[in-house]
Design a protein around this ligand. Structure first.
Ligand code: ADP
Ligand code: MG
Length: 348
């Protein structure tokens, strides 16, 4: 397979295990989703004799561990970021299907349950050299087209700045925290999550209605030959004169997207309607950009939303992008499941 090929979005699907309520409601409700992980296939049953079949880069069953999910979905992107390229990992799906568990779970009681954010930071910390390299993060929330700093929530409505020469995207109004160890990333994510809940309570909305974005900046310095950009520097080339170090900056963006469920516009009014419109705008803009990449189209409509503007330099081009779509097992969500699967399919 074309693991981590730049310019193409890798798409995995993950099924959440049944929760207590679902188990209690019906011990053997008909499995309308059938996963064939070896074949990387998912079947969506239409009735007793007919099903639609979809293929993904990875099919992660309810038994897939967090480690397995990290390795399939995020590790290739993290490795490419360590080599100096930008990358994005996003989770898309209906509220309650496991986006936050997949990306943001802290696993403080059980380290095996840690999600992608902690694992990615741990991987980066393990591979960079503390004397010459650095890693720092900003943690943002995007709600109704406003960017808010989750580390210092008073920083709200922050501008997204694009360097006219390099095209690099930055959010200079947000706090940048340098990370030196795994404990500090866990603390920082916990703080960000607490601020996210508090900010949303104040706005009378739920965290599931905003996008949470962890922006990780990696700065590495490579010494040796010009082309020795990988950490394996060829020690046998004695003839090469040591040159001054090459500094490479790269960015990893981890996005826990707002719930993709369609809010019934007919029943919503005022603020709720505006909120629904804003989520629809950003997710559909994201969908259009992903489709454009999948179709190799020269026009990627990145400016249509703040979400896609934030992702501009970590999406397409030489950047690597991985999307995990999450679905639930309950047949009462089949409409949402089916639209989530179609979103994932259009990315391929
Ligand atoms: P979302 O962020 O998509 O709204 P959550 O990540 O909050 O969904 O998941 C909903 C609930 O299901 C949470 O209690 C979460 O811990 C649990 N959950 C989700 N995925 C898994 C999983 N793979 N294994 C165990 N529990 C899970
Ligand atoms: Mg969530």
């Amino acid at each position: 397979s074309d693991d981590g090929v730049p310019g193409r979005v890798r798409v995995a699907v993950r099924l959440r295990p049944r929760n207590a309520e679902e188990l209690a409601a019906d011990a053997d409700f008909a499995d309308y989703v059938e996963l064939q992980p070896e074949l990387k296939r998912l079947k969506l049953r239409k009735n007793n004799w007919d099903a639609d079949t979809y293929e993904f880069d990875d099919v992660l069953t309810e038994f897939a561990s967090q480690k397995r999910v990290y390795e399939a979905v995020a590790k290739p992107v993290v490795e490419s970021v360590l080599d100096g390229y930008n990358g994005t990992v996003m989770a898309y799906g209906q509220t309650g299907t496991g986006k936050t568990f997949t990306l943001g779970h802290l696993g403080e009681d059980d380290t095996s349950s840690r999600g992608i954010m902690v694992r990615a930071m741990e991987d980066i910390l393990a591979k960079i050299s503390p004397e010459t390299d650095s890693v720092s993060v900003s943690y943002l929330q995007l709600y109704m087209e406003a960017v808010q700093d989750l580390l210092v929530p008073a920083n709200n409505n922050i501008s997204i700045v694009e360097d006219p020469k390099t095209g690099d995207v930055s959010v200079p109004g947000a706090t940048v925290a340098e990370i030196r160890d795994q404990q500090s990333i866990v603390e920082l994510l916990r703080l960000g999550e607490a601020h996210r809940i508090a900010a949303n309570t104040k706005l009378n909305t739920e965290s599931s209605r905003s996008h949470a974005i962890l922006m990780v900046q990696v700065k590495r310095s490579f010494t040796g030959r010009e082309d020795a950009l990988s950490s394996e520097i060829d020690n046998s080339s004695h003839l090469v004169k040591p040159s001054k170090p090459i500094v490479r900056k790269s960015k990893l963006v981890l996005v826990d997207l707002a719930g993709s469920e369609r809010v019934h516009k007919s029943g919503s009014e005022g603020h709720m309607l505006e909120e629904a419109k804003s989520i629809n705008l950003s997710l559909s803009a994201l969908g259009k950009c992903i489709n454009a990449l999948a179709e190799n189209s020269s026009h990627v409509p990145i400016r249509d939303s703040k979400l896609t503007r934030l992702l501009k330099d970590s999406f397409g081009g030489t950047a690597r992008t991985s999307l995990i779509v999450t679905i639930g097992p309950s047949p009462c969500h089949r409409g949402e499941t089916s639209s989530t699967i179609l979103f994932g399919q259009r990315a391929m």
